[in-house]
Write a protein that binds this ligand. Structure first.
Ligand code: GN1
Ligand code: MG
Length: 358
């Protein structure tokens, strides 16, 4: 496929790459762990950035470089408390190979762990601290960021894509999905009403991460405390509610994102409370009333968007997300919809908890 040794050799590593092995389960990029000469532990992360999903990888890497440099000036341990981009030997932030693939390297942060699910409220609490800390660190970053994925969490734009995909019906699947499509349509107006508050400036614009699922945070292996946010590809200017929403979608889920057993999927109010305790201990003073008003709803918004995105990709013939079996995107859709309904049922209680924590 690719000559990974040759690709690694383009970057300013502190030695020659010895082993290069796949890591993790990202749906979008290919991620590899790199060891170098004379060192037993991995030293770098090499990624093939998906340039279909990210049409402007150079601008994306520039966003990451600017924000991580900003964070590094403010933290005690700049090599561990945020990502470090390793340039190529020519000083570029990425390497483009002859086939047009974009590659980038960052330091591997050792003695850490990550989760795909919060098994204890302590993990959720630490995760909340982590996002709060990230938002605080970037709150005074004022340089413009490139919008690396157009309308990423903009539901008005997502509906445009949705309407086109349904009209084209490229995989001929629409006829069998009346119920699932109804889940999306019945909430369309409500979601647009929310997004309009952001478009009208009632909800402010901030630097946001936009992909805050639990596996995108690192924890210290020694004591389980939060270390930093990783996977900074989608950092843009938007509403912080995208981030709390996506975090709630994963930290509070009692099941898996793609659970086939829907009886396992629900929103845990204990995880919600723990997450918000952590988050608000860092950010409650910085939030506007409009942000507080929609904090609990943000989980509903992003979970809804995720139902739409998984279902739209299924209708589109599975072009966006990597899948492990043919119905995977439909299974994901159903599991995320179950989570959505569980959040909707508990919204009044979630709001009451937030008011107590503020
Ligand atoms: C993708 O990049 P990764 O695999 O962490 C996706 C997110 C989805 C998530 C669902 C750029 O995340 O938006 O919420 O899958 N990232 C992109 O698990 O589309
Ligand atoms: Mg990501």
């Amino acid at each position: 496929m690719y000559n990974l040794q040759d690709i690694a050799a383009k970057f300013a590593l502190r030695g020659t790459a010895t082993t290069i092995k796949p890591l993790g389960e990202g749906f979008i990029n290919d991620t590899l762990l790199v060891c170098v000469d004379g060192e037993e532990r991995p030293s770098y992360i090499l990624q093939r950035k998906n340039h279909i999903v990210f049409p402007d990888v150079p601008a994306m890497m520039q966003n990451i470089k600017m924000v991580t440099e900003h964070i590094k000036k403010k933290v005690a341990d700049p090599l561990r408390e945020t990502l470090t981009v390793i340039p190529t030997k020519d000083g570029a932030l990425y390497y483009k190979d002859a086939d047009g693939n974009f590659w980038a390297v960052c330091l591997y942060i050792g003695d850490t762990m990550s989760y795909t699910k919060a098994d204890t409220p302590e993990i959720a609490y630490q995760g909340g601290l982590g996002l709060g800390q990230f938002h605080k660190l970037v709150s005074d970053f004022k340089e413009p960021l490139t919008e690396v994925i157009k309308g990423f969490h903009n539901i008005r734009w997502r509906f445009q894509q949705w309407d086109e995909t349904l009209a084209n019906d490229p995989a001929g699947r629409v006829k069998d999905l009346t119920e699932e499509i109804g889940w999306i349509e019945s909430r369309r107006a409500q979601m647009l009403d929310f997004w309009k508050k952001f478009e009208d400036g009632i909800i402010p614009t901030r630097v946001t991460h936009n992909d805050t699922k639990i596996s995108n945070f690192l924890f210290n292996a020694s004591d389980g405390t939060l270390l930093c946010a990783i996977d900074l590809d989608t950092m843009m200017s938007s509403t912080m509610l995208n981030d709390t929403g996506d975090a709630l979608r994963s930290y509070t889920n009692t099941g898996e994102e793609d659970d086939k057993d829907l009886s396992k999927v629900s929103m845990s109010i204990d995880m919600f409370t723990a997450y918000m305790k952590g988050y608000l201990s860092k950010m409650s003073k910085d939030l506007t009333e409009s942000e507080i008003e929609y904090l609990a709803f943000s989980g509903i918004y992003i979970t809804y968007e995720q139902v739409l995105r998984f279902l739209m990709d299924y209708i589109d013939g599975d072009k966006y997300y990597k899948i492990k079996y043919p119905e995977h995107n439909l299974v994901r859709t159903k599991a995320q919809y179950k989570l959505l309904t569980s959040m909707e049922e508990q919204l009044p209680e979630m709001n009451a908890i937030i008011r107590k924590l503020i």
